[in-house]
Design a protein around this ligand. Structure first.
Ligand code: CTP
Length: 217
């Protein structure tokens, strides 16, 4: 039997959209596919899965409880409300900054205004907060999307956010990352590194869950 059977697993997936006004937002290119693949694979292994999904166009995997959110603040609230759990997997590409305020009306161009400066404020780091929470899950797993110096940045996040494992991928290269069905991840923990893939995101998700299972057994 899988070590995940009967465990409560919370997965975040997709981007967040930070509204500027009723018609505009700041977003990113996360498709949600990797997080949905992880949620799907965990449910198939018998876990009780809550999937907190940003705005994506993906079907809900079988036997997964899905909570749809839009902004980083909503994702933070939904993830926090889903605790306690045994495993948290933060696969979402959460916005690091959000507008200081949302205009209730559509922002209009001003005559003679050729440049526009947006004022943004840091969002709360959901992953770091979960890892330092009084109800900390037994395992906290993060993701890192990097264009360069992947290992250095991923290991930095592993330590700074107090994670058990971090799955890093190169973004900005063809055939990998955000919009692709294929991916390559390198999972780092305090002791070493395991390469998962290249392969279908469903297979990579299975490999990541094998690493998680080994730590739960
Ligand atoms: N994360 C989060 N809450 C945030 C920002 C990120 O939970 N407000 C999580 C993501 O779900 C992911 C990991 O943190 O698991 C990504 O780490 P982060 O340091 O935010 O990566 P980047 O956004 O790429 O940051 P940087 O620009 O510093 O590389």
């Amino acid at each position: 039997m899988s070590a995940l059977a009967g465990r409560r697993v919370v997965v975040s997936a997709g981007p967040t959209f930070e509204d500027l006004d009723p018609v505009r937002f700041l977003g990113n290119r996360s498709s949600g596919k990797m997080g949905f693949a992880v949620a799907s694979a965990a449910a198939a292994r018998g876990a009780d899965v809550v999937l907190v999904a940003g705005p994506v166009h993906l079907p809900t995997p079988p036997n997964v409880t899905r909570i749809d959110v839009r902004s980083a603040a909503q994702m933070h609230a939904a993830v926090t409300a889903a605790l306690p759990c045994d495993v948290y997997i933060g696969a979402a590409a959460v916005a690091d900054y959000t507008p200081v305020s949302i205009s209730p009306n559509k922002l209009k161009k001003q005559p003679g205004q050729d440049t526009l400066t947006l004022q943004l404020v840091r969002t709360r780091d959901i992953l770091a907060e979960v890892a330092s929470h009084p109800k900390r899950p037994r395992l906290v797993v993060g993701f890192a999307a990097e264009t360069h110096d992947v290992e250095t940045y991923a290991r930095g996040k592993l330590v700074a956010k107090k994670l058990d494992l971090i799955a890093a991928n190169r973004v900005g290269v063809e055939g990998s990352g955000f919009e692709s069905d294929e991916n390559t991840l390198v999972a780092y923990d305090a002791n070493g590194a395991t390469t998962l893939g290249p392969g279908a995101k469903s297979d990579i998700a299975g490999g990541l869950l094998d690493l998680i299972e080994a730590r739960l057994a």
